[in-house]
Design a binder for this molecule. Sequence first.
Ligand code: ADP
Ligand code: MG
Length: 657
Amino acid sequence: MVTPPEAVPLIELRHVRKHYGGGAQPAVEVLHGVSLKIEAGEFVALVGASGSGKSTLMNLLGCLDRPSSGAYLFEGEDVAGFDADRLAALRRDTFGFVFQGYHLITRESVRENVEMPALYAGMPAAQRTERALQLLERLGLQARQDYRPHQLSGGQQQRVSIARALMNGGRIILADEPTGALDSKSGAEVLALLRELAAAGHTVILITHDRDVAAQAQRVVQIHDGHVVADSGNGVDENTAIAAPHHAHMRPAALHRTASNTAGLTESLRSSWRGMRASRVRTSLTLLGIVIGVASVIVMLAVGEGARRRVIEQMGTLGTAIMYMGSSAPATGGPRGELTPEDLEAVAELPSIRRVMPVIGNEVTVRRGSVDREVYVFAANQEMPAVHHWKVAQGRYYSEAEDRDLAPLVVLGHKAREHFFADDPHPLGKQLLIGSSPFEVVGVMAERGADSGAQDYDQMVFIPYRSGRARVYQAMTQPDYVVLEAASPADVVPAEAAVRRLLTARHGGREDFAIGNAAARLQAESATRRSLSVMLGLVAAVSLVVGGIGVMNVMLMTVRERTREIGIRMAVGARRADIQRQFLAESALMTVLGGVAGVLVSLVIGTALVLSGVAVVFSIAAILGAFAFAVVTGVVFGWMPARSAARLDPVVALVGE
Ligand code: ADP
Ligand code: MG
């Protein structure tokens, strides 16, 4: 068997230079035109003094960094043309990194650390775990799978990182001073392991400052001040090259290159949850902002809606189309006008007016037998139950004809009935003395309950308008006031104008009367309350935005604290989108939790308010809206930190604090 002379090397560097700085700082060139070919299956040591540029070279070889000039050909293809994701894919599927400082993610277990490269390769969870356990077993660490990295010795941690390097196959193992932090025994073990991997066909690139360590490799390349100064030569014989396929058993059976997003998301959420628990105090303080924001939006809107409903209820008891009219002195001066029965008849003829009810009322002594009390006697026509949306519970109301006939009839309010007929279940047909005139009870009104602010109608008695005037209120020449009901709530304003026009004409051009529009007033009040509650809701929403800014702040800190973790994830093949998704998931999770807690808190506050007698009306829309707003806030404010995490340069991130 003969290797074709023109075979493309696995890795080829052509005149690669790397300099740092530039711009404001003076540029420092670290690699001065390095050319190097590495064949598949080689075990190469790059050896050189500290500061000679070995790590810089390794970062280039591992596609963590790009050359400043010169070319890097991977299997003959210049990686200069690869975008960030393609480089990530190359790292993920081809390279396995072993660092001097192990670079394990401290929050995650040994097994999870090993699994990570396969996570970004989209391998299903079960398969991933199985393979990780297999590798850990091979490296004698199976019993430690649930340990956290800091619970292991340095040698064990380095073996974990080797297992991680092998997770996706580890075609090329890049080990940068893998024994640098280890005692000599553990160091020897790690080296033996690397030799074994090389023998199994992995390409191993070992970076060291130690010549004895380098001597373990087949080929030694010496670096001095950014130049290759010696190369023991391509030590690959045909047997090693042919041996390459034998390492197939170390490769995962199938890599699912199309990373499944749902699995990635679950993993992101799990890791986010862990992150949040790790910094509990900070997380809960941030959450507090969201909780307060969500809860106050919901409570504000609920209280506002409660107040508005109460106004509408009042409007309902009064009728939404009700106006009040009385005589008054005209604004232009002169005597009060008089609302004559003919005036009222003319008003009743207007098409926009449905009902006209003149009212006279006053406290009058009412007596039955030995019971004798001051009662408000309400004299009005037969329209009273309709105008007040009130039902007769017992007996009947008097008719228009009876009113015209000056019939001495009385209908009792619920409490009036109790006062005068406490001992008598059959008040109908019995007599009451109102003032000095006898009236016959024909009905009892249904119980009304206390109208807020209004006189207690249940205490009153109701008599026909005309007989009231004839028998009780003889001194009254005209009604105290007249209740007008428009044909519909929408007609209130035009009806008021029509009445005004008609009566002004009838009174010889003098507006010696006044019309009060209760419905319009209540409607205006309701509108004011609505805008007030919307305003309060907006103020509360501002607190939500402030909460969102808190989330952003925490996420920015998190990104900074976890820069190294981000670097590690990138080194094992996470794409920018993977990193972005992880941090976005974290801020979204935070605000979802805050939102849920906020809704719960608002319900507790709401219950407390209801118990203390405040009208509170929760709306599903407000709850969902506040919750959704919180989550959107989290995503929007988490976006920027997540993006800055995803944009980190892998090399910079890896050395980050
Ligand atoms: P080695 O790994 O051989 O010890 P490095 O590759 O880490 O050497 O560093 C080589 C030289 O490059 C050193 O002088 C170091 O100070 C410099 N260097 C490395 N990284 C940077 C950087 N990000 N910015 C500026 N100089 C750097
Ligand atoms: Mg170094």
